[in-house]
Design a protein around this ligand. Structure first.
Ligand SMILES: NC(=O)c1ccc[n+]([C@@H]2O[C@H](COP(=O)([O-])OP(=O)(O)OC[C@H]3O[C@@H](n4cnc5c(N)ncnc54)[C@H](OP(=O)(O)O)[C@@H]3O)[C@@H](O)[C@H]2O)c1
Length: 248
């Protein structure tokens, strides 16, 4: 059997980086994408040194042409596409709704929502003719609850969950599954930028039922499972990996 071929957007840091490592440990061929070519080539080189078939493709997920090139390049290099992890995401500066603007909307939605639409569009173009594939979108606990001072980000992640369910219904008879993982607070650069002060960090950590933040690898494990054939009857679902946050 051939190795699964996995593509990851925003794959150079945090959850995307951990997902690349987790799939590599499972013996997958891995295509990482992002916007920093030196770091991307270095990551692909490290994976290859560890015996993994890996490549880096420069991709800003807001750009249709770049996402097209990512998917076409993956097919050219590895022959097929089995798993796509749409992880690239960005934050809105925190603040109440009355401080939001067309710019904060666009800077959030262009990556978090348009980026997922463009990614799924091109991934499905590759997967549907194969009658095989698994897409995992990275949402957030913010994709199904409200959060003060984060309304635009919250709305963007609600959109990711709506897109996930709609795409799953469109593709359920075609051998393609579409799910989302919804991380809670996870120890990455994004969380550091969000929590700010050490006091803010402790208060946020105390608000998690598990009383700790998640690790990127804990999120990656759920992504690997949803991508795998072990999840063959799971589609249109949002799997929360949040230390109990959304159960409150
Ligand atoms: N950490 C958390 O607590 C948490 C909780 C819930 C959900 N999430 C979600 O998890 C995902 C990964 O975030 P993370 O926590 O791992 O933070 P992160 O380390 O900041 O990762 C986000 C990645 O997305 C990339 N990215 C941003 N805009 C992009 C664009 N337009 N095109 C391509 N890549 C882009 C970033 O690269 P650049 O350097 O190029 O910007 C970065 O590598 C995001 O979707 C985030 O919303 C995180």
């Amino acid at each position: 059997m051939t190795n699964p071929v996995v593509l990851i957007t925003g794959g150079l840091t945090g959850i995307g980086w951990a997902t690349a490592q987790a799939f590599a440990r499972q013996g997958a061929d891995v295509v990482v994408s992002g916007r920093h070519d030196e770091e991307g080539e270095a990551l692909a080189g490290e994976l290859r040194s560890a015996g993994v078939r890996a490549a880096y493709v420069h991709t800003d997920v807001r750009r249709d042409d770049e996402v097209r090139r990512l998917v076409d390049g993956t097919i050219e290099r590895f022959g097929h596409l089995d798993v796509a992890v749409n992880n690239a995401g960005t934050q809105t500066p925190t603040g109440p709704l009355q401080e939001q603007s067309p710019d904060t909307y666009a800077s959030t939605f262009d990556t978090n929502v348009l980026g997922v639409i463009l990614s799924m569009k091109h991934e499905l173009r590759a997967m549907l003719p194969q009658h095989r594939g698994s897409i995992v979108n990275v949402s957030s606990v913010a994709g199904h609850i409200g959060m003060p001072d984060a309304a635009v980000y919250v709305a963007s992640k609600h959109a990711v969950e709506g897109l996930t369910k709609s795409a799953a219904l469109e593709t359920a008879t075609e051998g393609v599954r579409v799910n989302a993982v919804a991380p809670g607070a996870t120890q990455t650069g994004m969380l550091d930028r969000y929590v700010g002060t050490p006091e803010g960090r402790h208060a946020f950590e105390d608000s998690v039922p598990a009383r700790r933040f998640g690790t990127p690898d804990e999120i990656a494990q759920a992504i690997v499972f949803l991508g795998s054939d072990q999840a063959s009857y799971i589609t249109g679902q949002v799997v929360s990996v949040d230390g109990g946050y959304s159960a409150r």
